[in-house]
Write a new protein. Structure first.
Length: 208
């Protein structure tokens, strides 16, 4: 145990580190502004486009989007720029103000740094196939079209809460939601009416 003990001479005290010293934290690649996970962009987009979203969810999505700078290609393929631009006309001034800031920051950066590359992270084809099947099952259980914004947003929330993996947790959560929608009319109605926020609904039925 001696090797874990700092022995001092008599009368000597251990020096404390200065509170002014800088503390460095390791950054992850996803924390960089020019590294864009397309799935995250699409999740925030579905949040902003889903009718009846509360102010808190809208601000959370816009705040997360403000931390990223999508490339021209991502802006074009996801249409996230159009979605954020529409939010500038939102009736809540806090939401519209933040949306305007995000939109302006993106446009300014793209104009000034159009020649700089960005990194895009996308799902593989097999995962996309499995996720498409999950959306079909949830759409059938909810009795809505598969292209419904609700189904898209719900599946993306399940994927997000499953650490962005089509894992056993993801599959079990999807099955739990499908079962609830099929056999509990109240839950089905609450999901369709957005009485229960999607993130809370998914968390309620999330399986490990």
């Amino acid at each position: 145990m001696d090797k874990f003990v700092v022995r001092l001479q008599k009368g000597e005290t251990l020096k404390k580190s200065s509170s002014n010293e800088k503390v460095y934290r390791q950054a992850t690649i996803e924390s960089l502004r020019r590294v864009v996970v397309v799935e995250d962009i699409m999740r925030y987009k579905s949040t902003l486009e889903l009718p009846g979203q509360c102010k808190e969810n809208l601000l959370d999505a816009l705040t997360e989007l403000s931390k990223k700078i999508p490339s021209k290609e991502v802006l074009k393929s996801t249409q996230i720029g159009h979605t954020v631009n529409r939010m500038r006309k939102h009736e809540d001034p806090e939401v519209s103000c933040l949306a305007a800031k995000v939109y302006t920051d993106w446009r300014t950066f793209i104009e000034e740094n159009s020649n700089k590359p960005s990194i895009e992270v996308r799902s593989d084809k097999q995962s996309e196939g499995l996720r498409s099947n999950a959306r079909r099952l949830m759409a059938e259980a909810l009795e809505v079209k598969e292209e419904s914004g609700l189904v898209d947003h719900m599946e993306r929330e399940v994927f997000h809460q499953s650490s962005r993996l089509v894992s056993s947790s993801y599959r079990r959560t999807v099955r739990a939601l499908v079962f609830a929608f099929k056999h509990n009319a109240d839950i089905r109605v609450q999901a369709k009416d957005n009485t229960i926020p999607v993130n809370q609904l998914v968390a309620k039925y999330k399986k490990s």
